[in-house]
Every structure is written in structure tokens, then in C-alpha cells.
Write a protein that binds this ligand. Structure first.
Ligand SMILES: [Zn+2]
Length: 71
């Protein structure tokens, strides 16, 4: 699950009620041509490398390839 999280807050799994453990963080890639904040609702997965990229970009900032159109 990918969420925007605040430091010091414990988030609970909606189904099990168990505290969720941070296993990774998403960091902004700067500079970027995207005008969108690097937030969950603005992100998509690159169809080539599976990295996250802002939805208003045509080319993946990670692998540089042209991403498939959004459905
Ligand atoms: Zn990519």
C-alpha cells in the first residue's frame, strides 16, 4: 500500500487493524518537468520499469522511455 504518511503517526491496516510498517519511502526526483506534487494521487507506474512517475509526464523520469497512455 502506498500512502502519504506523517512522521510519528501509526497507520492501521484497514482489513486487519494491525499497525503498518514502513518498508520504503518515495522520494521526489528533482528536477522534474512535472508540475504536479509528488503525491499518491498524481502518480502512475511506468509500464517499462515499474517506477513511479507523475501522471502529467510522457517520458519516465527513471528509465527515460515513453510511457503508455493512461487508460
Ligand atoms: Zn520507466
Amino acid at each position: 500500500m502506498i500512502i502519504e504518511a506523517e512522521p510519528g503517526i501509526v497507520y492501521l491496516d484497514e482489513r486487519t487493524g494491525e499497525p503498518m510498517e514502513v518498508v520504503g519511502e518515495v522520494l521526489p526526483l528533482a528536477p522534474s518537468r512535472s508540475k504536479l506534487p509528488f503525491a499518491v494521487e498524481n502518480l502512475r507506474f511506468c509500464n517499462w520499469c515499474e517506477a513511479m512517475a507523475q501522471r502529467d509526464l510522457n517520458d519516465c523520469p527513471t528509465c527515460g522511455r515513453r510511457m503508455a497512455p493512461l487508460g
